[in-house]
Ligand binder design. Structure first.
Ligand code: AGP
Length: 614
């Protein structure tokens, strides 16, 4: 949702904070602000709109003002309470103007606290839930800001990652989190906090992922950790292996197109460590993550996730049922959590989340855990809440995904789903050794096949330049192709603001075809070989209603040459694995439409990379 940063060291804090916020802009970008402890005391600068507005404000400063301080906190906002405005931007301060707070999350009891604090003399200026924290800290401050934080936490319900500084206590930053991510970076003579690792990488690769309700106190030369009662404890740091360049644009115009191009490598990385050679034949090795024979007793697989990750789950449903013959359901986490679901200790509960912090997904996981199910998490975020709470974690090795629209996280999630499904099939003897070997070989070919699709991206770009103004774009397909259609439609609507929908192709004539006319583009995903003739009929039906049509199919299939206006080809792979390849032209199409419409594909309006609130 929002992004927070903090710095304590010997450099001027303001530029460090701005740099960090730039790396976190994907988390929110409707306003930004910083607070620095300078010579005159606590100084705050905030600005509505993009971060560059704040930068411009600071660039206008006279020397010795905001730039003259080496302790500070910063925030980039995705508004939840109160419109984007200077006044609602963080940091928020108490009545004395000496305590400043940045917050990511939602304080659920803020209305009650606001009433109580107002009775006790607080004067609220913003519409945010966050401001109650600043006033609460003031209420409990008796000369020790850490103690005030400990007391204030007892009153807060909801989710939060907080960075706090205090003018009377100028040589430390207090950081704490509950259900919102927060990472502490340990540098040499300087320490930092951030909502996400890329904001720290220029300064350190040694990080601490804070636990729920754990408090970190950052000094220039050390970091102390406490529980919410104030008892100190020791922590081991984690080392980040990926380099800072992975979070830069690297010559591409946008992060999204860079990340689309990174898919071959990300797929290779995600696959490589999970394949081993046994007696001259290749097998899947998931023992390192604890996926052993005990999982074979599963009577049902339930997959829960949101957005793009949910679409990976729908593909997972088809893959699990194909390879394991275990009944599998894919659920939208935000629906699932309120659906009074039935659990069985023999369920495998598969949770998919790029960020590992999505509120609805975590809630679904916690319910399933309570219900006795065994949890497998697929995530890209090492140390995320999901990773910490699941019974078993399989990481996607996608590297940092900065663009809000998920691309490489999705295809690597699929890679993990296939590996688990195939391995479960092997453990249950529902696929033969020959089938397994053929699928492993096919998985190994995917990175190079993805490269081939990317090398022909100009075909998609050309097509987008003809179609980007279409007012309605429909995707249709059957089985695995229907799931890819859903993801394609989401991608296009997210970043090009085109009205796009996905339909199970067989459903078309049950209603949606009423929408089809000459302003419609219909893209048919055609990789399920047994259903080509059905798809052919569906394409003819929409063509007869004057829609423009495109088909995505294999490079050795001529079936649709005379049916669709345009055919895009992907390399041959087993039909069940085609989603990893078939989605790539659709990602590219969405990207080019966004750019052609003059939009910023990396930062679509109203969206945030990590949805840590309901
Ligand atoms: C993807 O393009 C979207 N931005 C969004 O649907 C995302 O997949 C969803 O919010 C789930 O996020 P997660 O994978 O971090 O849980």
């Amino acid at each position: 949702m929002c992004g927070i940063v903090g710095y304590i060291g010997n450099e001027e804090a303001a530029p460090v904070l701005i740099k960090g916020l730039k790396r976190l802009e994907y988390r929110g970008y409707d306003s930004a602000g910083i607070a620095v402890l300078g010579k005159p005391g606590l100084l705050i600068r905030k600005s509505k709109g993009a971060l560059q507005n704040l930068e411009a404000k600071i660039a206008g400063e006279l020397a010795g003002d905001i730039l003259d301080g080496s302790v500070g906190i910063g925030h980039t906002r995705w508004a939840t309470h109160g419109e984007p405005s200077d006044i609602n931007s963080h940091p928020h301060t108490d009545v004395s103007g000496k305590i400043a707070v940045v917050h990511n999350g939602i304080i659920e009891n803020h209305a009650k606290l606001k009433a109580w604090l107002t009775e006790h003399g607080a004067n609220f200026r913003s519409e945010t839930d966050t401001e109650v924290i600043a006033h609460l800290l003031n209420f409990y401050y008796k000369g020790d800001i850490l103690q005030a934080v400990i007391e204030a936490l007892k009153r807060l319900t909801g989710s939060y990652a907080l960075g706090i500084i205090c003018e009377n206590d100028p040589d430390r930053i207090i950081a704490v989190r509950k259900e919102s991510p927060l990472v502490v970076g340990a540098g040499a003579g300087e320490n930092l906090i951030a909502s996400d690792v890329p904001a720290l990488l220029e300064y350190t690769r040694d990080v601490y992922y804070l636990e729920d309700r754990e408090i970190a106190v950052l000094y220039r030369d050390r970091i102390a950790f406490y529980n919410d009662e104030g008892d100190e404890h020791q922590r081991e740091s984690s080392h980040i292996d990926w380099d800072a360049g992975a979070a830069e644009k690297g010559g591409y115009e946008h992060f999204m197109i860079k990340e689309i191009h990174e898919q071959p490598k990300a797929l290779r990385d995600t696959l490589r460590a999970r394949i081993k050679i046994d007696n001259n034949s290749k097998t899947i090795n998931l023992e390192e993550i604890g996926f052993d024979a005990s999982w074979a007793k599963a009577e049902r697989v339930v997959i829960a996730a949101c957005g793009t990750a949910y679409h990976a789950g729908v593909i997972g449903k088809y893959a699990f049922e194909k390879f394991t013959r275990v009944h599998t359901e894919a659920a939208i986490a935000s629906e699932y959590r309120y659906s009074n679901p039935i659990f069985n200790p023999k369920d495998i509960f598969l949770i998919i989340s790029q960020s590992g912090e999505t509120a609805d997904t975590l809630a679904a996981m916690r319910m399933a855990k309570k219900g006795g199910a065994r949890i497998i998490a697929i995530t890209n975020a090492v140390g995320s809440t999901l990773a910490r709470e699941a019974d078993l974690v399989m990481y996607t090795w996608a590297g940092p995904e900065i663009a809000v629209a998920s691309t490489k996280a999705f295809t690597t999630q699929l890679m993990c789903v296939y590996l688990i499904a195939l391995q479960l099939g092997r453990l249950r003897n529902t696929i033969s050794d020959a089938e397994l070997a053929a699928h492993i070989a096919a998985l190994e070919s995917l990175p190079e096949q993805a490269e081939r699709i990317l090398s022909e991206k100009e075909n998609i770009q050309r097509f987008a330049s003809l179609q980007f103004n279409k007012s309605k774009v429909f995707y249709m397909g059957r089985l695995f192709d229907y799931a890819v259609s859903m993801e394609s439609a989401l991608k296009l609507k997210e970043i090009s603001y085109t009205h796009s929908e996905a339909f199970a192709a067989g459903e078309l004539k049950h209603g949606p075809i009423a929408l089809v006319d000459d302003t419609t583009l219909v893209t048919a995903l055609c990789t399920q070989s047994a259903l080509f003739d059905k798809m052919d009929s569906n394409i003819k039906e929409v063509k007869a209603r004057f829609a423009a049509t495109a088909v995505i199919t294999y490079d050795d299939v001529d079936y649709f040459n005379n049916t669709a206006d345009q055919v895009f080809r992907i390399p041959r792979t087993p039909d069940s694995l085609s989603p990893i390849l078939a989605i790539i032209p659709c990602q590219l199409y969405a990207y080019y439409c966004s750019v052609l419409r003059g939009l910023d594909p990396d930062k679509p309006r109203n969206l945030a990379k990590s949805v840590t609130v309901e």
